[in-house]
Design a protein. Structure first.
Length: 132
């Protein structure tokens, strides 16, 4: 099976580290991490990656108050890239302002195998996927 190139953008180093290890070490991982960034500003410092992500895992906490401006920057760097917004159930209602810019909301507590399945089928993802 061909692996999907993904990018992870979060300012929570534990989350970034956990996703990096998960995708690089798990035997069933469907993805290769080709971008890691702590913020939009740090994306340009990751220019040593040759491959563009097909899918971005984006931490909701990074989305600016001006959602349109924030996602215009994302689209500038990665046009036509599928975006999964990682958001806790508590902030889901607030995160709904991003719905026209993303493909799905993901719980950070989502089961690993369910996450892998969603990544493999990212063209047909339901709007919010939460942990059981």
């Amino acid at each position: 099976m061909e692996r999907i190139n993904i990018g992870i953008i979060t300012n929570v180093r534990k989350l970034l580290f956990a996703y990096r290890i998960l995708f690089s070490e798990h035997a069933q991982s469907p993805a290769t991490v080709v971008l890691e960034a702590l913020s939009l500003e740090s994306i340009s410092s990751n220019s040593h990656f040759n491959e563009k992500p097909e899918l971005l895992l984006l931490d909701y906490r990074l989305v600016f108050k001006d959602t349109i401006l924030f996602f215009s920057f994302i689209n500038h760097f990665y046009p036509n890239t599928v975006i999964f917004l990682i958001v806790n159930q508590i902030h889901l209602q607030e995160a709904k302002r991003c719905k026209s810019f993303i493909h799905a909301y993901l719980s950070p507590h989502l089961d690993i195998l369910q996450l892998f399945k969603l990544i493999r089928n990212f063209s047909s993802v339901p709007p919010f996927v939460k942990a059981h």
